[in-house]
Design a protein around this ligand. Sequence first.
Ligand code: HEM
Length: 391
Amino acid sequence: MADGVWELFGSLMSPGGANDPYPLYAKLRAHGPLVEAQPGMLIATSYATVDEVLRDPALGVEPAPGALERSILATNPPDHTRMRRPIAAAFTPRRIGGLRSAIQAQATSLLDGLPGNSADLMAEFAYQLPVGVICELLGVPHKDRTWFRPIAQDVAAALEFNMTPETVENYASASELLLSYFASLVELKTSTPEDDLISDLAKSEALTPAELLRNLALLLIAGFETTTNLIGNGVMALLRHPDQLARLKAQPELTPAFIEEFLRYDPPVQVTSRVALQPTVVNGQQIEAGTYVVALIGSANRDEARFPGADRFDPDRPDNTPISFGAGAHFCLGAALARMEGQVAFPLLLERLDGLRLESEPVRRDRLVLRGYETLPVTWNDSSSGTAPRR
Ligand code: HEM
């Protein structure tokens, strides 16, 4: 076993580590592209090995408990293939493309609604926009957003590695609430179908009723916990690099390249994992069935061999294909939607919030897997008086 790998992994799981994982990733990469943390547990640290791990059909996902049990994220082929097909089909380009104007309208109305010239950007915008969009896509009534926010957060906490007895308990009760919520919504949409994803999926016979509810819970959670953090982490990357903020504001056509760099530089999903369903070979190394493999997405995106100057925020880097939406069979179904939300949100934010800057230091959430901010207090120039606010 390589000395210190287990300790480094332990540090990553600690609140301090989750706060700034990148130096720890660098130390882990120095141990090699695929390192043993303890017998039966490997960590993929480089871009090439993370990609290889996620694409290897011999490496499957582990079953999840509660609301995400038997969701596509927690199922292997052939069930995964059977369930993913109708869900992917419901994400038609027509439906996704059709959301652009709704995203624009929601983002505009959120910015219109900001009182004064300071706000917690997470609560007032970065959370609100993706949750509104996923509600629109699924056909979830907007009025329920406030109700399910804490519930969805408790379910999302199950994706973390360092669960406590308290988070396990919260997860169990939140799972039940979310599933029974979707059960009544499916009943409603079955009797009165609308043009939304729940109505479409309710008609599909490929999913059992229990599978349908669990995949709806997954879509709800995957649909905003992540995109919320793309917005928050992206805004912070701009605030820490004011020259790049000014550039993007002046040239909004650069937004797609900036989005890829936000995704690479500080990805909303940092880690995932697999288990060897049968013996396989990764990075030329024989792996026994049952071996647990951690795939460090956040580390892969900072791999110097793939991204020269990887620790630098650089939207101009050529061939920028971060692994932030995963790879292989479980590649993110919402990638196009998340990118579109970013492409609408960033130019609008910079245009509307002139002179955007931090009001006070932001607070990170104590999470490694879903990396983002709890609060992001910002201020901007007061357009009504035409002067910059006093600090
Ligand atoms: C920036 C935003 C997002 C990021 C960074 C992200 C990231 C990811 C990653 C890394 C995976 C693969 C996990 C693994 O292989 O273990 C994944 C899967 C998934 N994502 Fe996303 N996601 C984002 C937005 C969304 C949105 C908006 C939706 C839904 C509308 C969504 C739905 C899904 C689903 C359903 C899966 C599971 C696919 C499967 O298991 O076959 N994601 N996402």
